[in-house]
Structure formats: C-alpha cells, structure tokens
Design a protein around this ligand. Structure first.
Ligand code: SF4
Length: 254
C-alpha cells in the first residue's frame, strides 16, 4: 500500500493545509463528483469535457495567485543547489548523485517518473541510456523536446536494488517536488509509472486502472501513464501509452 506524504497539499486525511488549498480541494472534489456522475450515466446536468475543463480553469488562477507570494527565493536553480546536498533521508548514504531534474524552468508540461535507476544515479540526469532513448522518442512523438518540457522523479535519489522507497523517504523528498512544481507552475503533469501516479493522485489503484484519463492536482491536469522501463519489458503496452499521449496532445492543443 502506497504511503502518501503528509506534506501532500491534500494531506493524508484530505484536510486542507491552508485556505487556498481548501479552495483547491473543493475544485478537486467537484471535478471528481461530476466525473463519477458521468461514469454512472447521469444525463440531467452538464458534465461535458468542456465543463470539467472550465472547473479546472477556475482553480488555476487560485493556484497561480497562491504561489505568487511564496515564489520569492524559490528560483529553480536555487532549489536545485540546495537539493544537491540533501541528506534528509537514508537514501543519501548510497547515492552517487541527486537526480534533481532538468528541462524548461517554465515548461507547460512536466514529466514525473518513479525513482532514478543506477544509470541516472551515475550521471545525475533523468532518462539516460536505453530508457532515455525511448523517452526521447516519446517526447518527440508529441512534438516536444527535452528542453521544452521539465523532467523529474518523485524521489531524487536511487533506491538500493531498485526497491520501492519507504514512506519516510517519500515524505522527506516530496518537499523538493513541491518546490519544483511551485517554481515551474506547469499546466500539465504526465506521471510515468505506478508510484509517481499513485502519489500525485493519492490513489492506491494500480497504474493499469489509473492511466488513460486526467486527474487534478492543485488545478494542474495530471495524466498517468506507463514508465518507459516497463515499455522495454512489455512492448504491447506501447499502444496504451500512444493513446495516452494522443489524449495529452489533444488536451494541450499541440
Ligand atoms: S531522496 Fe530526496 S530527501 Fe532523500 S536524500 Fe535524496 S534528495 Fe534528500
């Protein structure tokens, strides 16, 4: 069972941390309720994609406004400098490099993957080697480059033998991700892999069930899909990822 960070904006018990987050959680809840009614076949109220998009757009100005004041001293390179020497959890002991992330500091689209692998740890860079080649082809297929989007992980340090991070490690590292999101303010997040998707959406459902539709995180639209590493082992999943990417392109209008 995935342990969600208590510093997640919704909190583990979905209690708001402050007023703006309370408002954002209301928009989230409205969207979830309407989506549920839609899946039940409700017909008497307008639950079109346009209406759901409108609700997301209502939330967005609050997200941007709430971040404005907090952005002082939250320059991305500043955050990166601090993260590179982070020893906030046990994973600092065995890493070679903190894999902070890279790409556009103002990207509309942010990719958040599970945990760095050994190769990424060695280079201190996300998506290198064979997985990196596949990831590059994925972003090319949606007419983007590594410089037009932002790439990062839920956890910034490699885990021993690729084991899932502990609840404490997820908790400790989530602050860096929040700072990245606050600084970059992406309009869209594409989560790559089960762990990243579960944490961002706060769901324990498997990735097969989560992928293929949008969720909301603080007014940012989140689309979960499979991690490139899984595609290398299960080529038949590439078709699903392509369907997800087509949905992303259509929604982003690219
Ligand atoms: S995993 Fe995150 S919190 Fe833990 S040491 Fe690395 S950067 Fe710090």
């Amino acid at each position: 069972m995935t342990q969600f960070p208590t510093n997640h904006p919704m909190g583990n018990d979905r209690q708001p941390i402050h007023d703006d987050n309370h408002a954002l959680s209301i928009f989230d809840d409205i969207t979830k309720c309407l989506t549920f009614f839609k899946s039940c076949g409700a017909r008497q109220i307008d639950i079109s994609d346009q209406s759901l998009q409108l609700i997301n757009d209502w939330a967005k100005p609050i997200f941007l406004r709430s971040k404005k004041n907090k952005l002082q001293n939250k320059d991305l390179s500043d955050i990166q400098q601090r993260a590179l020497s982070c020893t906030n959890c046990n994973l600092s002991a065995n890493r070679k490099n903190v894999v902070f992330g890279e790409g556009s500091p103002h990207g509309r689209l942010m990719f958040i993957a599970d945990t760095p692998n050994q190769e990424e740890d060695a280079f201190g860079q996300p998506f290198v080697g064979v997985e990196g080649d596949l990831f590059n082809r994925i972003i090319q297929s949606i007419r983007q480059t590594r410089n037009s989007v932002y790439l990062t992980h839920i956890i910034k340090c490699v885990t021993p033998n690729g084991h899932a991070p502990s609840a404490d490690e997820i908790q400790a590292c989530f602050q860096w991700l929040m700072l990245q999101i606050e600084s970059i303010q992406p309009e869209y997040i594409c989560t790559l892999g089960e762990l990243a998707s579960q944490i961002m959406i706060q769901s324990s459902d498997p990735i097969d069930r989560l992928r293929g539709r949008f969720y909301s995180f603080q007014g940012i639209q989140v689309l979960p899909t499979y991690h490139p590493a899984l595609l290398l082992r299960h080529k038949e999943k590439k078709r699903d990822v392509w369907e997800d990417l087509k949905l992303l392109m259509k929604t982003m209008d690219i």
